[in-house]
Design a binder for this molecule. Structure first.
Ligand code: MEV
Length: 412
């Protein structure tokens, strides 16, 4: 029998045999069973959980938000909270967004660009009606296919771009349904070989810009001069503008925050990540997402990212924890959620750069990393505090030391 033909018990039994699972390991799969999640994926085994924590207060467009974040990395929520603390002292984050549209693509080859372009222009109204007829409820809600443009990709390759307003949803299904309907119509129009239709995750029509203006004093840190910190943050950021190796790491830090909120809010973090990284390469070189500058008194930070997130649809209405997270977030529109996500990305970056240009990243991380280290060598929850204490005093806080200290603790 194939996996997808088995029921859950049969699949688990099969895996138990092939992987030689111990009883306690099998229990992990059983204890994390969820009937809802079983409906969501093929070949369901169990539900994989990650830690969720809260960023207690970030001020975005003059409103305070509590933000749930999902991440396995020990320092992420602490860093976001620290960044938000400084940003709130400076008056919070101001966010603006462009009109929020998704792009669908109908991809054609063996085409004459001018012929496709003219057809799309001449039949724009017809094509829009055909697209919208495929998803009438989106049209009724004021969304749907708004306009169609074309791009010449060279050598007879053409993209017909469908600009679709998906309202409060991220809307992948809506975009794909509309795009396929338009593709089917174009198949009968003799404009070339219609290869496929699919949404684009490079959501350049859903850009969000978040800005902060921070008086130097909010950056204050014992043993460091706040003015110097501001200048060094700007310098650190200039490396990312020049060097894709550094830009990738800086952006990874930004994504620590962005992905954690995207996940907690039940949105598609692969789509968001793919779009943001492609956007970071829009000038032909991969660059940093956040820009920091300063004048005599103030540090200015700015991030622009595509954030086509939704507050309805997908897993949002299905997964109970995601629904609860939306109650915590208290957002009323997709734009509001996107604003918070961009703000958290900026807070995350501020905190990382401030740490990097002052005491270094390890100092702040250590306490949290030591907990993970203690757990990794098998310490029980009760043993963790004592082992962390001992590791703080050890010369090298590595696996070997942790293992050795744990053994000594148990021998006593
Ligand atoms: C670690 O997860 C993120 C940082 O590396 C970001 C950065 O270097 O800017 C600290």
């Amino acid at each position: 029998m194939k996996f997808h033909q088995m029921n859950w018990q049969q699949r688990l039994a099969a895996i138990e045999t092939t992987a030689n699972l111990e009883a306690s390991e099998k229990d992990l799969f059983i204890n994390n069973y969820s009937a809802i999640n079983e409906q969501m994926v093929e070949n369901y085994l169990t539900s994989f959980t990650l830690p969720e924590g809260i960023l207690p207060n970030i001020v975005v467009n003059n409103q305070q938000y509590q933000v749930p974040m999902v991440t396995e990395e020990p320092s992420v929520i602490a860093a976001a909270s620290n960044g938000a603390r400084m940003i709130n002292m400076g008056g919070g984050v101001k966010v603006t967004s462009t009109s929020r549209e998704m792009l669908g693509q109908v991809l054609i080859n063996e085409a004459h660009f001018t012929a496709v372009h003219e057809l799309v222009n001449q039949q724009q109204t017809t094509l829009i009606s055909i697209g919208n007829a495929a998803h009438p409820s989106m049209l009724q809600r004021g969304g749907g296919l708004k306009r169609i443009t074309t791009r010449d990709l060279g050598d007879g390759f053409v993209s017909v771009d469908l600009h679709i307003d998906t309202q409060a949803a991220m809307g992948a299904n809506v975009v794909n349904t509309i795009s396929e309907a338009v593709a089917n119509y174009l198949r009968g129009q003799n404009v070339g070989n219609i290869v496929m239709a699919i949404l684009s995750n490079l959501a350049t029509e859903s850009l969000v810009t978040a800005r902060v203006a921070l008086p130097f004093k909010v950056l204050a840190k014992a043993g460091f001069n706040a003015n110097d910190i501001a200048q060094r943050i700007v310098l650190a950021n200039q490396f990312s503008q020049r060097d894709p190796y550094r830009a990738t790491t800086e952006n990874k830090g930004v994504m620590n925050g962005i992905d954690a909120v995207v996940m907690a809010s039940g949105n598609d973090w692969r789509a968001i990540s793919a779009g943001i990284h492609a956007f970071a390469s829009r000038e032909g070189q991969y660059r940093n997402l956040v820009t920091w500058t300063h004048d005599e008194t103030t540090l200015y930070g700015e991030i622009t990212v595509p954030l086509p997130v939704g507050v309805v649809g997908g897993s949002i209405g299905i997964v109970p924890l995601v629904k609860a997270n939306h109650k915590i977030l208290q957002v009323h529109s997709a734009n509001e959620l996107a604003a918070i996500i961009a703000a958290v990305g900026l807070a995350q970056n501020l905190s990382a750069l401030r740490a990097l240009v002052t005491s270094g990243i390890q100092a702040g991380h250590m306490q949290l990393q030591l907990k993970s280290l203690a757990l990794a060598v098998g310490a029980t929850i009760d043993e963790v505090p004592t082992l962390v204490n001992k590791l703080q005093q050890a010369t090298h806080a590595d696996m070997q030391t942790a293992q050795q200290l744990l053994t000594e603790m148990r021998e006593k």
